[in-house]
Design a protein. Structure first.
Length: 547
RNA sequence: GGCCUUGUGGUCAAGCGGUUAAGACGGAGCCCUCUCAAGGCUCAAUCCCGGGUUCGAUUCCCGGCAGGGUCACCA
């Protein structure tokens, strides 16, 4: 058979270059030894999720700790999956979490010498190589219809054989020249398949950068490399792109592990040097007692927007991811509390081999601690950013009075005081924590543990002596005074020694005051709360709290 | 079902032939304390099962079992 002629008929493009021209167009990168080139290669299908961020963080850390490049490539070979604005969204999302690309689609960089970074725009490179494979007898046209393929698959399933297009099932593999041209003449659509040279009897060990040594079976599937629309499948595009873009380390989800044999054969057949591979395990979650992969559709916490709208501090999310990416990260951080997480020596070898359960408690803990590192001013900026995007109009009005908010923050953050509080887990919660400082969001629950007369006497008694100029100890002395005057123990020790002889202790008196002023039995330092509210409002609330 | 892969407390996990089997989150309790938060201290809780190999297995081998992934003209 005249393969050259066949290739011309199948791929009649006249804009293809000789293969070595492509090699020349994408010369090796000039990087230090040991520098890794990694990439994030999403399909522009939907929005980026936590799992993407997880592996992107690994990519980014490895590239940037080795002096390499982290780039963005868009795998848009499947038109059906394209969503407008997805690319910008990916970039924006990663940037929000502090990850930046050095190069790639929609990235403004002088490093962009390996593009185009959209696969649709790279059609001619793929087609040139497919054509070459046809000439070399390593690829062939297949005219099988979807129905035929389905029928074969059913038959294979029934006979408990391996499904797919291989061996005797590869009907079009040995089509005669006449049959091929007849099919073309008849206008039958076709795909191009790899004429696999592999044999599943052959197994060998492959070293994965994350999983370690794994057993791989040779591929014998005549996989589709060029779809009937003339665009390559993922497998083929991966081989071509990662070769020409000089990716040194391919980090991707473990769902790709099973197609690794295909990629291995493709690289071999194309004569390309194989990159290193690292297959990450996926984030899991327990659902109804079953452990399963986090799913975009079922789990809102997988969406990065979820973290933004809930007001998680972005760095906290990143640090949480770091702890599951490299479990020694936490230990390192304890030893280097001041250091930036970027100073941590990220190691791909330390990445977990099995899927981690997503742990919201852990995230909350990290987030709380991160937020507690911020100054009142920084906290204000962060909360204000959240309020502007996700808060209510009332929240925005409140935050317009920055001076007042800062006062509250100083209390919450314990700034100036000796101990730092860790009240705020995320912005949304932080903003709600401040509600009682504003009359329009003050929603008291007047649930006292004492009778009407006692409560009112305490409230009146304290209102009569309250002086906003008192310092904390003078203030507390007055609370004690009110306690003593109403049958409560002024000193905790007295009360503990003799609980029967008192109605309660100062703590109980403070609780009554707290309920009236802050609306709940729990709040930070009441004296300061009153100071922030101001005398007029404090007295008004003491009065309104009476029953 | 075939193939690949994983299996240390509730969770994330150190460990790499001999350990009182780290640590963190979560839980319980105590202390501190005007309550809460934070902090300090203490406690409970783990090597999937069965065979080997070995003087000795959580660590090595084999077999189960359980979990995960995958079997497209989607990536």
């Amino acid at each position: 058979m005249d393969l050259k002629k066949l290739a011309e008929v199948l791929i009649p493009d006249n804009d293809l270059l000789p293969l070595d021209e492509y090699e020349k167009a994408y010369p090796a990168r000039e990087l230090e030894k040991g520098a890794e080139v990694t990439r994030l290669a999403p399909s522009p299908t939907g929005f980026i999720h936590l799992g993407n961020l997880y592996s992107a963080l690994a990519d980014e850390r490895i590239a940037h700790t080795t002096g390499g490049i982290f780039y963005l490539r868009i795998e848009d070979t499947d038109l059906k999956r394209k969503v407008d604005g997805a690319v910008e969204s990916v970039i924006r999302s990663l940037k929000y979490f502090g990850l930046n690309f050095d190069e790639g689609a929609e990235i403004d960089s002088p490093l962009n010498k390996y593009g185009p970074y959209y696969q649709r725009q790279r059609a001619s490179i793929y087609r040139a190589y497919v054509k070459d494979l046809i000439v070399r007898g390593l690829a062939y046209p297949c005219f099988c219809t979807e129905d035929e393929l389905n029928a074969v698959r059913e038959e294979q399933t029934e006979r408990k054989e391996i499904t797919g297009y291989y061996g005797k099932y590869a009907k079009c593999r040995n089509l005669s020249e006449e049959e091929i041209y007849a099919n073309i003449k008849a206008g039958k659509p076709f795909v191009i398949r790899l004429k696999s040279q592999g044999n599943t009897e052959n197994k060998f060990t492959f070293r994965d950068a994350i999983k370690g040594d794994i057993t791989v079976t040779e591929n014998d599937q005549d996989v589709v490399i060029l779809k009937s629309d003339g665009i390559p499948t993922y497998h083929f595009a991966h081989a071509i792109d990662d070769h020409f873009m000089h990716t040194t380390l391919v980090i991707r989800g473990e769902e790709w592990l099973s197609s690794l044999p295909i990629h291995l054969e493709l690289f071999k057949v194309l004569g390309f040097q194989l990159p290193k591979y690292g297959h990450t395990c996926s984030l899991m979650k327990v659902d109804n007692g079953v452990k399963r992969k986090l799913s975009k559709r079922k789990d809102p916490e997988l969406s990065l927007d979820y973290y933004r709208s809930a007001g998680y501090y972005p760095k906290a999310v990143v640090k949480y991811l770091m702890t599951i990416l490299n479990s020694n990260f936490e230990e390192w951080e304890r030893k280097n509390p001041q250091a930036d997480y970027r100073d941590f020596k990220f190691s791909i070898g330390k990445m977990g081999k099995s899927g981690a359960l997503f742990d919201i408690d852990k995230l909350n803990d990290i987030s709380k601690a991160e937020l507690a590192n911020l100054s009142a001013e920084e906290t204000y900026d962060f909360l204000n950013g959240w309020v502007n995007e996700f808060g209510s109009d009332t929240d925005r009005q409140h935050f317009a009075d920055k001076e007042y908010i800062i006062k509250i923050l100083n209390l919450i953050c314990g700034i100036g005081g000796k101990k730092r509080r860790k009240d705020i887990v995320r912005a949304e919660m932080g903003v709600r924590l401040m509600d009682y400082f504003f009359d329009d969001t003050f929603k008291p629950a007047y649930e006292y543990r004492y009778d009407k007369d006692t409560v009112n006497a305490v409230l009146d008694g304290f209102a009569a002596v309250y002086d906003e100029n008192d310092d904390n100890s003078a203030w507390f002395a007055k609370v004690k005074g009110v306690a003593a005057a109403n049958g409560f123990a002024a000193e905790m020790s007295e009360y503990k020694a003799n609980p029967e002889s008192f109605k309660g202790s100062v703590a109980d008196v403070a609780e009554i005051l707290r309920i009236a002023v802050a609306g709940s039995p729990n709040s930070p330092d009441l004296c300061t709360v009153m100071g922030i509210l101001g005398k007029a409002r404090t007295l008004a609330r003491l009065n309104a709290g009476k029953i």
